[in-house]
Ligand binder design. Sequence first.
Ligand SMILES: *[C@@H]1O[C@H](CO)[C@@H](O)[C@H](O)[C@H]1NC(C)=O
Ligand SMILES: *[C@@H]1O[C@H](CO)[C@@H](O)[C@H](O)[C@H]1NC(C)=O
Ligand SMILES: *[C@@H]1O[C@H](CO)[C@@H](O)[C@H](O)[C@H]1NC(C)=O
Ligand SMILES: *[C@@H]1O[C@H](CO)[C@@H](O)[C@H](O)[C@H]1NC(C)=O
Ligand SMILES: *[C@@H]1O[C@H](CO)[C@@H](O)[C@H](O)[C@H]1NC(C)=O
Ligand SMILES: *[C@@H]1O[C@H](CO)[C@@H](O)[C@H](O)[C@H]1NC(C)=O
Ligand SMILES: *[C@@H]1O[C@H](CO)[C@@H](O)[C@H](O)[C@H]1NC(C)=O
Length: 818
Amino acid sequence: MKAFVALSWCLVLFSCDALVSSALDTITTNQSIRDGESLVSAGETFELGFFSLGDPPKRYLGIWYKKITSMTIVWVANRVAPLADASGTLRVTSRGSLVLLDGNGSEIWSSSPPTAARDPVAQLLDVGNLVVRDADGSDSNNFLWQSFDYPTDTVLAGMKIGWNRTSGFNRYLTSWKSVDDPSPGNFTYQLDPNGYPQIVLKQGSEIKLRSGPWNGLRWSGTPNLNPNPYYRYEFVLNEDEMYYRYALLNSSVISRKILMPNGIVQRFNWIDRTRGWTHHLTAPIDQCDDYNSCGAYGTCRVDTSPECSCLKGFVPKFSQEWDILDWSNGCVRRNPLHCQDDIFVKYSSLKLPDTRSSWFNASMNLRECEVFCKKNCSCTGYSNMDIRDGGSGCLLWFGELIDIREYNNYGQDLYIRMAASESALLPTGPSHQKKHKLVIGLAISFGSVFLGLVLTICVLQCKKKKMGLREVKKDRFESGDNYESEKEDLELPLFDLSTIAMATNNFSTDNKLGEGGFGPVYKGVLKGGQEIAVKKLSRDSRQGLHEFKNEVLYVSKLQHRNLVKLLGCCIQEENLLIYELMPNRSLDSFLFDPTQREQLDWSARFNIINGIARGLLYLHQDSRLRIIHRDVKASNILLDFEMNPKISDFGLAKSFAGNETQANTNRVVGTYGYMSPEYALDGVFSTKSDVFSYGVLVLEIVSGKGNRGFHHPDHHHNLLGHAWKIFTEGRSMQLLDKLVENSCSTSEALRSIHIGLLCVQRCPNDRPSMSTVVMMLGSDIELPLPKEPGFFNERNLLQENTSDSQPNEMTMTVLSAR
Ligand SMILES: *[C@@H]1O[C@H](CO)[C@@H](O)[C@H](O)[C@H]1NC(C)=O
Ligand SMILES: *[C@@H]1O[C@H](CO)[C@@H](O)[C@H](O)[C@H]1NC(C)=O
Ligand SMILES: *[C@@H]1O[C@H](CO)[C@@H](O)[C@H](O)[C@H]1NC(C)=O
Ligand SMILES: *[C@@H]1O[C@H](CO)[C@@H](O)[C@H](O)[C@H]1NC(C)=O
Ligand SMILES: *[C@@H]1O[C@H](CO)[C@@H](O)[C@H](O)[C@H]1NC(C)=O
Ligand SMILES: *[C@@H]1O[C@H](CO)[C@@H](O)[C@H](O)[C@H]1NC(C)=O
Ligand SMILES: *[C@@H]1O[C@H](CO)[C@@H](O)[C@H](O)[C@H]1NC(C)=O
């Protein structure tokens, strides 16, 4: 029976040489591995050999998973020195060094440094570690060399990321340059040894992301790194070493963590064959993960808009900058410190600030920590090092506190040095807190009225301006508490018409990018070199003016990496909206163009599917405004230079109150093919209408075909109907665009199709919310079976209503039959 299983497994993988030729895991000094040969680890988990990448193909020596068909490379030896042909040979020298030789016998790569060895052998261990050791010594402490000490972009279980403090040797990840070029890219992922150690992700020398200090259970900035049945993290800090690593708890599970060429860290697990690689953890997760995004003493929250605010007792350093959402200079104390009589105020639920200028002592308790901090006037804050068992250890900060964020759960406590005059911030009776809440409540309820004024202010200000980019300084919403009211400020820079005319070459046709929902869009370059896209409202469009206002109101209040960024507006003779330019235009220009489509490989598509989901989640839930977009479609998804998706066009968006979940409208607006049945037929819209449109979009991205205009020789269903039909027949993969078949992760594709179908179910209550969608995309939880989609065979009925002569989908307005 076992043999049978092995054989069928082997047939599936069509690479049976391991079984047939019983490959070696070890070579001695008089053996070699030539291109075409390989080493296979004893348990057949890993294989070492030669493989090709790039165009024209170059040959590399590397390690991959033996049992996984899609070649998943975990280590590359000659990442900077590829071989031009298949003439490479790997040898172990008698001095114990591995050398890679080309066809002429020249050394291409070697494992350094060569050491004195008696009888060295090279062995590929079953954990994926290629080691050189003495033939009679297999003690891991005596390896002469090991590939685990020279990671490329992947961390495997057991591998240490960090330092030997005695020798100063550092093990860290460096991204590949691109998916088909393993030479070192711009990103590194390493343990920063300054202060109390933490993991940092850097682009060049610039920190992009910081894990926060280890708190005994996890890194302070990874609150969702919960105990799980697959692996366990370990952080070690002693005299000799500081590193972190993970151990697999279940040997039948395969897990790897990879630093992608675009600087994103992802963990993939392979739990069983049918599901393939499942994706578990990504960093950065949201805009608050961006390093120091809110400046010193600023704090980032994903569920507020804007996301940055000052910690209690602090005010923006430059409020004008803060008003235009530039938080880089952060906040300063409302009241200056006086050293000896300062107090410490507790702040909770935080990701602890950057510890690069910190000091720690594991045997001190919190009380001793406070005393110690108080004594030294440059000590700005303290906290426990370890949060287990009620907390222990002392962590002290010196200098400004930066890169703080707030969580709803799981965050940590931090005690910050404050002036004695801030004693009101110390916990007292409940009366103070009540007042604070009331002020916030007021500020929120007046917020929307306040927004309504913006456009008027915009007009007034614009008339006064003569010069280019200016900021509008508006009256503050008056309330008792100036700090809270500042959060409600909406700032929109005004551009002068002549500036924009110059930037767009007088709106020349050469600069025209296309036609949006309410007028033409032009590209341009400002004097400073910033590239912009300018939306111009057609003068005779009344509906357009409404949409224009809508867009100003919403987009200016929203900040998310997956939403397009509005730079400003102009309301002089022309009504203009000025955006940052998205060099790759919109998703439809790739997806529905037979030549461009090729450029969207699977990882780009999956990234787009994920990004749109996060953008919509932000709109529906995380932004304070809570917005339904109402026109989610491929042409409203713009792509930046790295193909990251940005949702655009808020002309039809509607804000809804916190507890309201649906609304009716008698003007149905949206785009055929993307509109949910309840909305198109009854004018009822809710966040679930956006979920429907999102589902359509996911199926379009996976298949590379538009829902409208979809034809199949066998039936009259539209894309949704077709997808559902083949899903129920268990043939989902046939939906996949042929162009991505090679680059595709089967599990991700199947999951995307499944989620797409859940989103387009006929009944809104059956559809998942965007937060569920994001969760389903990022984990491998079991998905429910989708019910029949809405509109799956009603293509003809809908198309009768519209003019098919329009090649580009335009946003249509229909009066509903209600
Ligand atoms: C060289 O290989 C032979 C087998 O082919 C083996 O018996 C011998 O011990 C090897 N010599 C060394 C120095 O490893
Ligand atoms: C080997 O040497 C020849 C002649 O010097 C050269 O043309 C060729 O490129 C070399 N091949 C490799 C793989 O370096
Ligand atoms: C750290 O480096 C020193 C000096 O090279 C070495 O003696 C020691 O064994 C190393 N420690 C570990 C844990 O590898
Ligand atoms: C790496 O950084 C350099 C300089 O900052 C830049 O020119 C290059 O495009 C970057 N490469 C990648 C792959 O991001
Ligand atoms: C290990 O994981 C496999 C696959 O998920 C599961 O079937 C098995 O029960 C697990 N074993 C243990 C000891 O948890
Ligand atoms: C850490 O704190 C303990 C207890 O207060 C003290 O004995 C020890 O000297 C401290 N260590 C350092 C390095 O300051
Ligand atoms: C306060 O701490 C800083 C940083 O550790 C140190 O440089 C300075 O000497 C200390 N000052 C006093 C008075 O202990």
